[in-house]
Design a protein around this ligand. Structure first.
Ligand code: SAM
Length: 289
């Protein structure tokens, strides 16, 4: 069966970006092109879509699908270097959808999913180092605890770090499944959510420098966006959303930007039923004045 990723808040994003025929749009997290395909429908013949993704596999795959469209330019790049990639283009709209796609979650050998028995990388760029396996098998227990507490907001961080330390003294941890089982045994079960959720999130944020990337990405986006242009960001957890909210608020306070929505836009109940992955999404949009 073909794996699919359902684009989140699709009409809200496309409407919110205020796209016109001829617009230049940057999709800074283009992935499988879920949003990009819909955006392209609004751009007419003269528009441009510049797509970036840090995952080279996603970019290659999308080149095969969209490469024939002369309006599309795709780059394997971290959006923290946005302004370098976009070169002379001044976009009318920029979209970021933070985090992981369903396609990456299901991809074998990446270790993003709790169930994966092969590989434990957790990096968006598969060649990036250190990866999760290297980090959890070598970091000292205090650093492990700090990462899990800070980026996972996990109150059992100490217990989890010590359980990892005890286990790896006997055997190297080599799969996501193995790691999630160590965590599950170390903490009390909480509802239906997998007990390893917060730790996996923490490792991903730490290894990929996700929070720094967002700050740099927003700064770069602000530099290159045209006046009256819009920046839209979908985030999935509070640490990311706080950075976006504060950045946007600051621009509005200084009267350099206008918040298009005072409160973040969230998916309808209907969307969450169809696509449970969308449930924690928050969309914020800022216009440059
Ligand atoms: C949630 S997906 C985007 C899905 C896309 N909007 C769609 O509907 O098809 C997030 C994507 O962002 C990419 N990504 C994460 N951090 C990145 C970064 N710093 N620079 C560029 N891409 C990044 C991931 O590799 C992933 O493909």
């Amino acid at each position: 069966m073909e794996e699919i990723h359902i684009p989140v808040l699709l009409s809200e994003v496309v409407d919110g970006l205020n796209l016109k025929s001829g617009s230049v749009v940057v999709d800074a997290t283009v992935d499988g092109g879920g949003h990009a395909r819909e955006i392209l429908k609004k751009l007419g013949q003269e528009g441009k879509l510049i797509g970036l993704d840090w995952d080279s596999g996603m970019v290659e795959k999308l080149r095969k699908d969209l490469g024939g469209d002369v309006r599309v330019k795709l780059f394997h790049s971290n959006f923290s270097e946005l302004e370098k990639v976009t070169g002379p283009y001044r976009p009318d709209a920029i979209l970021f959808e933070l985090g992981l796609s369903s396609l990456q979650l299901l991809a074998s050998g990446r270790g993003f999913s709790f169930k994966s028995e092969e590989g434990l990388k957790m990096t968006f760029d598969p060649n990036q180092r250190p990866n999760a396996e290297e980090f959890i098998n070598t970091a000292n227990v205090r650093d492990l605890e700090e990462v899990i507490r800070k980026y996972g907001e996990e109150r059992f961080a100490g217990r989890i770090a010590r359980a990892i330390e005890r286990y790896r003294a006997r055997k190297r941890i080599t799969s996501a499944k193995e790691l999630s089982e160590i965590i599950s045994r170390a903490v009390p079960r909480r509802g239906r959510i997998n007990p390893a959720t917060k730790t996996f999130q923490a490792l991903r944020i730490h290894l990929n420098h996700e929070l720094e990337n967002i700050e740099n990405g927003l700064r770069g986006a602000w530099e290159i966006i045209k006046p009256k242009g819009r920046i839209a960001v979908i985030s999935y957890h509070s640490l990311e959303d706080r950075i976006v909210k504060n950045f946007f608020k600051e621009k509005a306070k200084n009267e350099e930007g206008k918040l298009i929505n005072r409160k973040p836009i969230v998916p309808s109940r209907e969307e969450v039923t169809k696509n449970p992955r969308s449930r924690s999404a928050k969309l914020r949009i800022l216009e440059k004045l």
